[in-house]
Ligand binder design. Structure first.
Ligand SMILES: Cc1ncc(C[n+]2csc(CCOP(=O)(O)OP(=O)(O)O)c2C)c(N)n1
Length: 545
């Protein structure tokens, strides 16, 4: 009777669920899982740190609309995976961590890497489980993959007690599970009819778009709504769900839009700090929220109605309900006023965008990236100063094509997100504009990227520190040792280290050719741009808004 070990069972279930790529750092007691995955023909991406692997996996999963899978060993390997689990859950990205833990039979005695891994993972996860028998591994993986992607996506941890991993069981005892068809949540027709009436009679309607709408691929359905002349504002990562050159796109007049609207319909986003905790609206404004989770109805925003539904289906039905009706706001000055405000806000940065100075000003760098950016690019931005400027200035035209520090503002996500996204979408140009701190926090991803044949372009905006020298010079004691300012290191050397494409840029006119060569290089690319350490973003911090 043929016997198979736990790693082979896991790999077969992953394969059956349509997972062809997994991420991880090879470690005990999970070596059999890596071996099983390779034997089953999965692409196993060996990462340089579990935190990077967890971010790669969640970006891969977000692009593929599947669970991103990270395999880690016990003890410190698992603690390293807690941050990506927390980020995945907070940012609603699909991640499954399969973590080995110490062998049963020795627990309590100081076993190697002994740790209550489930307890540690729990607050960072939407679901946790622990394998209780080798023959049930397929079933546990089936559960974990489903929990990560259904409802609101998030982080899931499945613990593998070490002694169950290498154990062999007769093949007949193993049953692979197949995923059920999960229908998408349809909205209450009555609530849709009432929301359509609200939008029809609104003087200043506004649509808000969150990452749930991107996950639901709601762009075409949302277009039917905003094409009626309704302005819309997106969360930073929902950019591109509708192309940013849509005439109703109002992110550049976001404050005016939020404060001025009298009817707001939110699709797939949460009223957390990213939308001002739901407190930025005019008093008396009517707010309808469409979300797959009913509990989201209770937040800082005072809702008129919460519609529990898939964002694409709700948008489609709302569009159908409004077809042929004339909105009261049509032809009014509401959309035109926001467009004018957006143009004025954008004009405020015009001089900075064209600045010829040396050292290079960050707005000029971002303007050059914008000019070189292919329309189908996946764009990633990270840092404090540079992320804020990219968010304001770089467009997105592709659904799920925008990734950044997200709900948790976590630094160190940008480089691994770029690798994970590139592995999921090899045909897409992937451009990650990262601060020097942000890039440095995950810089070994350059080696991983080159080794696994994922070739993003990393643009390192080097202003020599955390928010350049701003914090060091103005917020820390004068003359104190440098803790926020960093050395003017040559990060392009990291690309040279692995025979990637490296460019070092100090003058504005060198930026575009370097970017164009990097995009065409077919190797991992680091375009290192020295920018003014004293330069700040117009308009203040990303996190204190
Ligand atoms: C994991 C984590 N640690 C620390 C911070 C605090 N923090 C916010 S922005 C930032 C770095 C910004 O510097 P850089 O990436 O060089 O971009 P710049 O602001 O200089 O453009 C840090 C450390 C954080 N957000 N996340």
């Amino acid at each position: 009777m043929a016997e198979i070990h736990g790693g082979q069972i896991a790999a077969r279930q992953l394969r059956a669920a349509g997972i062809d790529t997994v991420f991880g750092v090879v470690a005990g007691p999970m070596i059999e899982l890596f071996a099983g995955a390779q034997e089953a023909g999965l692409h196993v991406v060996g990462c340089r740190h579990e935190i990077n692997g967890g971010f790669m996996a969640q970006a891969w999963g977000y692009q593929k609309k599947k669970a991103g899978v990270l395999i880690v060993g016990s003890g410190p390997a698992l603690t390293n995976a807690i941050t990506p689990l927390y980020v995945a859950t907070a940012s609603a990205l699909p991640l499954v961590v399969l973590g080995g833990s110490a062998f049963g039979g020795t627990l309590g005695l100081g076993a190697f890497q002994e740790l209550d891994q489930l307890a540690l993972a729990k607050p960072a996860c939407k679901w946790t489980g622990q394998v209780d028998a080798t023959a049930r591994i397929a079933e546990w993986i089936h559960l974990a993959l489903g929990k990560a992607v259904e409802g609101r996506p998030g982080g899931v941890y499945l613990d593998f007690p070490g002694h169950l991993v290498g154990k062999r069981v007769p093949e007949e005892q193993v049953t692979l599970r197949s995923a059920p068809e999960v229908t998408r949540a349809f909205p209450d027709p009555d609530a849709i009819a009432r929301t359509a009436d609200l939008l029809e009679s609104a003087e200043r309607p506004l649509v808000l778009v969150g990452k749930g709408a991107a996950w639901a691929d709601a762009g075409p359905a949302l277009a039917k709504l905003v094409d009626l002349g309704i302005p819309y504002v997106t969360s930073p990562m929902a950019r591109g769900t509708l192309p940013d050159d849509h005439p109703s796109f109002a992110n550049a007049a976001r404050s005016q839009a939020l404060a001025g609207a009298d009817v707001i319909v939110m699709f797939g986003g949460r009223f957390n700090w990213i939308f001002g905790l739901g407190r930025r609206f005019a008093s008396g404004a009517k707010i309808v929220q469409v979300d797959v989770e009913a509990e989201e109805a209770f937040s800082g925003a005072t809702l008129t109605t919460a519609i529990v539904a898939d964002a694409a289906i709700a948008a489609e039905q709302l569009g159908a309900a409004l077809a042929g009706r004339k909105l009261r706001s049509a032809g009014s000055s509401w959309l035109a006023g926001l467009r004018a405000a957006a143009a004025k806000n954008e004009a405020g940065a015009e001089k900075a965008l064209a600045d010829d100075s040396i050292p290079i000003q960050p707005y000029r760098l971002v303007n050059e990236v914008k000019a070189a950016l292919p329309r189908d690019a996946i764009v990633i931005e990270e840092g404090e100063t540079i992320m804020g400027i990219c968010r304001a200035m770089l467009p997105s035209y592709r659904s799920r094509g925008r990734l950044n520090a997200g709900t948790t503002g976590c630094m160190g996500v940008g480089a691994p997100y770029a690798v994970g996204a590139k592995l999921a979408c090899p045909e897409a140009p992937v451009v990650a504009v990262l601060g020097d701190y942000a890039f440095g926090a995950a810089a070994m991803c350059v080696e991983t990227a080159q080794r696994v044949g994922a070739h993003p372009v990393f643009v390192v905006a080097n202003n020599e520190g955390i928010a350049g020298h701003m914090i060091q010079d103005h917020m820390l004691p004068p003359g104190s040792p440098r803790i926020a300012a960093l050395l003017p290191a040559r990060y392009d050397k990291l690309a040279e280290m692995v025979d990637g494409f490296a460019a070092h840029v100090e003058r504005p006119e060198q930026i575009r050719p370097a970017l164009e060569q990097a995009l065409a290089a077919d190797r991992v690319a680091v375009v290192h741009v020295r920018i003014d350490p004293k330069a700040v973003r117009l308009g203040g911090s990303n996190y204190l808004q």
